[in-house]
Design a binder for this molecule. Structure first.
Ligand code: ADP
Length: 337
């Protein structure tokens, strides 16, 4: 059994490579310097991530490729590179290199091999307790606090974007700055994207977004992690968005009966419709649930629910990928005719 309860901060590891500022190599393809291996590490909304090896050093990295057919795709990647190259923190994925060969852009990232947070939590060997949840949440809040201190809003915080460093340790890193934005107090920032289940009401309502928008997502992540239930998810994205705009939610009795008042208070202070009333990252780190030693009661019933939730998600993702590939196939057929 794996108990994730050792203190993570005592043994903060050195970065695998010194922090660096990255400038995109234009009209250059990564194959000149890296062996891109066929092993796919993951697929996201925009890109596919492969294992790769730098020839000069023999070091392993993750290479994310995004096809930039539209100007907008390139602009988005350039923004992601610009934002990432200024974020140097142990809870944040580090950028190593960037390429633009004219058609495809590639970013070379620190390699993380422990898999997505929820996959790790549902592992048969893993013991889900409030204490293990606080070990993860503390690091996530710490990372988000750093991002905010650099004037960046992540805007796509969700379980898939929290990776574990290893299959057995408790360290995590926040990934995917594809939707992140720099905050400018002189400009009103509104966006219409994100993942409905984890997105704040102000995004769905196309109201002004700020750092507090990320704090809502942390509330949803924490709710799901502790209970295996997702507070706003509906049958369709539209249903989910309606639930989010209403911002009405409660603690599902069967899942929260064994959860402490501190944990519930932590979530209550994040899932508030009025963003200005939500805890900031600094306040969340000072919340008693994260400050004190949390309960070690085994939450195996909730873990079973979380497992069902993760498996359902995997199915939805697989079906969507097949639909997308079929669409691409149809396009190729048309081109061939
Ligand atoms: P997108 O911007 O297209 O959504 P992501 O950056 O979220 O793409 O990456 C997609 C998936 O690839 C992630 O969910 C994760 O499983 C995997 N991945 C991303 N970065 C890394 C990394 N540095 N190391 C290992 N796997 C990664």
């Amino acid at each position: 059994m794996i108990h994730v309860d050792e203190e993570y901060s005592a043994e903060d590891p050195e970065p695998v490579f010194p922090y660096r500022y990255v400038k995109t190599k234009v009209n250059v393809s990564p194959e000149g310097e890296y062996d891109i291996l066929s092993e796919e590490l993951g697929r996201g909304t925009f890109g596919t991530v492969y294992l790769c090896k730098e020839r000069a050093t023999g070091m392993g990295f993750a290479a994310k490729f995004v096809t930039c057919e539209r100007k907008e795709d390139r602009r988005n990647m350039e923004r992601e590179i610009d934002i990432m190259s200024g974020l140097h923190h142990s809870r944040i994925i580090q950028l190593y290199d960037a390429f633009d060969d004219g058609k495809t852009m590639c970013i070379v990232l620190e390699l993380i091999l422990g898999g997505e947070l929820f996959d790790r939590v549902i592992d048969d060997e893993f013991v889900l307790t409030e204490k293990s949840c606080t070990a993860f949440m503390r690091q996530i809040v710490d990372g988000v606090g750093y991002i905010h201190s650099q004037n960046i809003i992540h805007l796509d915080l969700k379980p898939e974007n929290i990776l574990c460093l290893s299959k057995t340790g408790n360290r995590i890193k926040i990934i995917d700055f594809g939707m992140a934005r720099r905050y400018d107090p002189k400009k009103k920032l509104q966006v219409l994207f994100g993942t409905p289940e984890f997105t704040a009401p102000e995004v769905v309502n196309f109201d002004e977004i700020k750092f507090f928008t990320d704090m809502w997502s942390l509330g949803v992540i924490c709710y799901v992690l502790l209970s295996g239930y997702s507070p706003f998810v509906g049958d369709t994205d539209l249903d989910t968005m309606t639930n989010v705009t209403l911002a009405q939610w409660d603690f599902k009795e069967e899942a929260f009966a064994n959860i402490s008042n501190e944990a519930k208070d932590f979530i209550k202070n994040l899932l508030i419709k009025d963003g200005t009333k939500r805890m900031t990252a600094a306040q969340a780190l000072e919340h008693p649930w994260l400050k004190k030693l949390a309960s070690t009661t085994d939450l195996s019933g909730n873990k079973a629910k979380l497992k069902r939730y993760v498996i359902k998600k995997r199915w939805i993702k697989a079906v969507n990928t097949i639909i997308a590939l079929r669409r691409m196939g149809a396009k190729i057929d048309c081109n061939l005719v």
